[in-house]
Design a protein around this ligand. Structure first.
Ligand SMILES: Cc1ncc(COP(=O)(O)O)c(C=O)c1O
Length: 465
């Protein structure tokens, strides 16, 4: 089918991203704009419009106003997703050969920036939830151990990255973590791709946004956790640890020279929306409604896991031995379209549109799933990934990625250095980085993962020659 036709297909109940729910929750201004003469809004950078890194023009004004509303020192809109702005952020806090501390569940965009900028990731392990196969979030005592280990190993760190909340809506209490890093004078970048709306709401059931607890750079994906069009994102800066000129230079490295004015307008409206009088109440209602959905489903015996983001509903399919990837196809056949199928769970994204009738349709589906003919396996538990508390790469990501390489069957890779990034998507969390040494335990674990993630993990791996 032609792409133009595909775009307008009905796709069942939308419990996937973007969070505007196929247009239903787009801000009114954007709906009106898209309803005008087709294409009038399709403009690139023009003198009156400007661009995210130009000091004058409507976009500069809009960004300044948005930063003021949200309480940041500066903000830059982005049209290449959180990906582009995370990459620019990393470039502005680390130089080639410098080491940056980051969690094992870091999004692959950050590792790609390490490859491009010859920056050295130092990865810390995370608690692992064996009943569902998810990483959990770090706490202060874990990070104290990590810092102690790094100091013992005499490694100099230049900056730190945190991913919070996770795709499945788990969130740390960020303040003590950021304080720990600041005591070391490390600027902190928080990938808050999934938590943009935390920064705009006072609702008591939401975690605090990284912006409110002192992160230096915070990236929001506006299509994942606000009401922006796909590819919209924003980077916020505060404090004095990061140089705004360096941020702008870095954004220019990753940004198209023709940023879409439509997407930039969508950034503006997605951020401003929550500051319009009356909209906070609407947001509260959306959050209360989402809490109510989870509460009622749990009450009815549907295994909805506890997390901190009310808009992410995580169904624990492994609790009855069903693989989330198989249940995903089953749900799609029933006209309910999930966002993130994983081995032990399915994450549904409620987004910002009204979710009418969801409690009854989910209860009904769960009953049907219980009596379905889907294969019931013997998990949980899921195998914990075989990572040490802190992983240092054997060789820099860039040099391993660009090195002379050969492709070997997985079992022959023991003792070799990976030349590639292996990371199933979604969620885009790397299993193996270029520059990492592959030991026997990793081979075993990747082999197991390739059964659980069919077609996403190659049976042969590119290693440095
Ligand atoms: C934690 C996290 N950060 C960043 C990104 C990248 O976001 P985008 O798709 O907007 O580039 C993703 C995408 O899945 C993500 O899960």
């Amino acid at each position: 089918m032609r792409l133009t036709k595909l775009l307008t297909l009905r796709r069942g109940k939308s419990l996937y991203l973007p969070a505007h729910g196929r247009g239903k929750a787009l801000p009114m201004e954007i709906k009106e704009l898209l309803g005008k003469k087709p294409g009038v809004w399709d403009l690139p950078e023009l003198p009156d419009i400007g661009a995210p890194t130009l000091p004058i023009g409507a976009i500069a004004e809009s960004q300044d106003k948005a930063a003021l509303s949200i309480g940041a020192k500066k903000g830059w809109y982005g049209v290449n997703g959180a990906t582009g702005l995370l990459q620019a952020s990393l470039f502005s806090i680390a130089k080639p050969n410098e080491s940056v501390l980051m969690p094992r569940n870091v999004h692959r965009s950050i590792i790609q920036a390490c490859i491009l900028g010859d920056i050295r990731p130092v990865l810390f392990d995370l608690p692992f939830l064996e009943d569902r196969g998810h990483y959990s979030v770090p706490d202060e005592s874990l990070l104290k151990n990590v810092i102690e280990k790094i100091e013992k190993d005499n490694i100099k760190i230049s900056a730190a990255v945190l991913t919070n909340p996770t795709y499945q809506g788990y969130s740390s209490n960020l303040k003590p973590l950021i304080n720990l890093f600041h005591k070391k004078d490390w600027p902190v970048l928080v990938d808050e791709a999934h938590g943009a709306y935390f920064s705009a709401s006072q609702h008591e059931s939401l975690p605090q946004s990284a912006l409110k607890v002192g992160a230096d750079l915070v990236v929001h994906s506006l299509h994942k956790s606000s009401s922006g069009l796909v590819q919209t994102a924003v980077l916020w800066m505060q404090g004095d640890l990061v140089d705004p000129l360096l941020v702008e230079r870095s954004i220019q490295l990753f940004q198209t020279t023709s940023p879409s004015a439509l997407l930039l307008a969508s950034c503006e409206t997605a951020i401003n929306q929550w500051f319009v009088p009356g909209e906070q109440k609407k947001l509260d209602k959306i959050i209360n409604n989402a809490n109510n959905i989870a509460f009622n489903l749990r009450k009815a015996g549907v295994p909805i896991l506890f997390n901190q983001d009310p808009l992410r509903l995580v169904l624990h399919t492994a609790s009855i031995g069903i693989c989330g990837l198989k249940a995903d196809s089953w749900f799609i056949d029933k006209g309910i379209i999930p966002e993130l199928p994983e081995q032990g769970t399915i994450t549904f994204c409620l987004g910002f549109s009204k979710q009418k009738g969801l409690i009854s349709s989910m209860k009904k589906s769960w009953k049907e799933l219980l009596s379905s003919k889907l294969e019931k396996n013997s998990f949980p538990p899921f195998t914990r990934p075989p990572f040490p508390l802190v992983t240092y790469l054997e060789r820099s990501c860039m040099s391993a990625y660009r090195a002379e390489s050969e492709i070997l069957p997985l079992k022959e890779c023991v003792g070799r250095i990976s030349s590639e990034l292996i990371s199933p998507y979604p969620p885009g969390i790397p299993f193996l980085l270029p520059g990492e040494i592959i030991d026997q335990r990793r081979v075993e674990w990747i082999r197991q993962q390739s059964i659980l993630w069919p077609n996403q993990i190659p049976s042969k791996i590119k290693v440095v020659s």
